[in-house]
Design a protein around this ligand. Structure first.
Ligand SMILES: [Zn+2]
Length: 232
């Protein structure tokens, strides 16, 4: 499949001088229209969805169809600090509330992490397990989805399977797999897609993409990398 059908604009990747956004809760999934920055736009067609996707870079952040994209090949800048996305968190709260109504023991475990939080975490993991092992389960600073404010880890009060692949086999893990998309979330690192996402199966790690995209990703049993045909 041919890529890069159209390139519009000029690529300028800079570490912007923008400081931390104090208005973090007002962050929208789609970036704001007003722009004094030069951007890169590419239109490309993904083989799975047979749709044209717009890749846009702004202030060092990659957006595809308006969704912030980050993985081990596509970094976020160190000064990108949007804070927790309120819309995403509200949907997570509703998801947890509904799961608990069904007597499931589902709890929030972690959410937004700044670049420097991730830097410290990664250093600790490398010190504990070595770099190769740490890279299997931890993102390097600038490569964590938690930096987007759109990503949450869930677990259980019992915590026996928290942050383990076995969480996927618990009632809570199964419920997440079946219902997360109804709240606009995807299991970002699914089982069997390790080579594509670069991460082990993480049944607890949820990325908010909105109901539209979450439904498509769920139905196609795919990943952001495959759906957008980007960053594989
Ligand atoms: Zn996570």
């Amino acid at each position: 499949m041919k890529k890069l059908l159209l390139i519009v604009g000029v690529s300028i990747l800079t570490l912007s001088a923008c400081s931390e956004d104090s208005n973090q809760n007002k962050q929208e999934l789609k970036e704001k229209q007003s722009s004094s920055h030069e951007t890169t736009k590419q239109k490309k067609q993904s083989p799975q969805s047979k749709q044209i996707h717009e890749v846009k870079k702004k202030n060092g952040i990659t957006y595809i169809d308006g969704h912030v994209f980050v993985n081990k090949k596509v970094d976020l800048p160190s000064d990108y600090a949007p804070g927790e996305n309120r819309i995403a968190r509200n949907h997570l709260n509703k998801l947890i509330e509904d799961a608990r109504k069904e007597n499931l023991d589902l709890v929030f475990r972690s959410g937004y992490r700044s670049y420097s939080d991730q830097e410290q975490l990664y250093k600790d993991y490398v010190a504990r397990d070595g770099e190769a092992a740490a890279n299997q389960y931890s993102a390097k600073p600038g490569q964590s989805e938690h930096q987007t404010g759109l990503t949450f880890d869930v677990g259980s009060d019992s915590a026996t399977d928290d942050f383990r692949t076995s969480f996927g086999k618990t009632d809570e893990g199964k419920w997440i797999k079946a219902h997360a998309h109804e709240y606009g979330f995807i299991v970002r690192y699914p089982e069997g897609k390790e080579k594509i996402t670069g991460y082990q199966y993480e049944p607890w790690h949820l990325r908010y993409v909105g109901k539209d995209l979450a439904n498509k990703i769920y139905k196609e049993n795919t990943t952001l990398e495959e759906y957008f045909d980007y960053g594989k």
